[in-house]
Write a protein that binds this ligand. Sequence first.
Ligand code: ZN
Length: 155
Amino acid sequence: MNTVASMNTDELRELYRELIVDHARTPRHFGALDTATHTAEGINPLCGDKLHLYLQIDTNGVINDAAFEGTGCAISLASASLMTDTIIGLHSKAAMAWFDQVTASLAGEQESIAHDKLNALQGVREFPSRVKCATLAWHALRCAINNDTTATKTE
Ligand code: ZN
């Protein structure tokens, strides 16, 4: 079986495209979370993406559960799905380290994201108008962790 490291660029692109389509069609952790301790809204007026993020963070700062609901384009849904999948079980500081990597990569400030699945998001850089779709869930994550209750807007 091919490892990600041994794949050529075309194979990687196809893998990433399939991953995005899969997460957009079947979002993981989609729905409300009754046990949420932290929540945030995210709105991307450019595309019409809206999401509500729920986090259950314990007293040690560990994200025990995460979920989201909302409506949006395939990229916004896939990004929120990949994000919740990644951050469950992480300390909120570790989750914010992924926020830093994803937003820096999508801003073109760093080449790739050091995570096999999250790296699929960097393909969105080829479509600059969609970058805000991909970062929406991540900005909501930052607001939820910081207990910032104002709705996140991407512009
Ligand atoms: Zn969108």
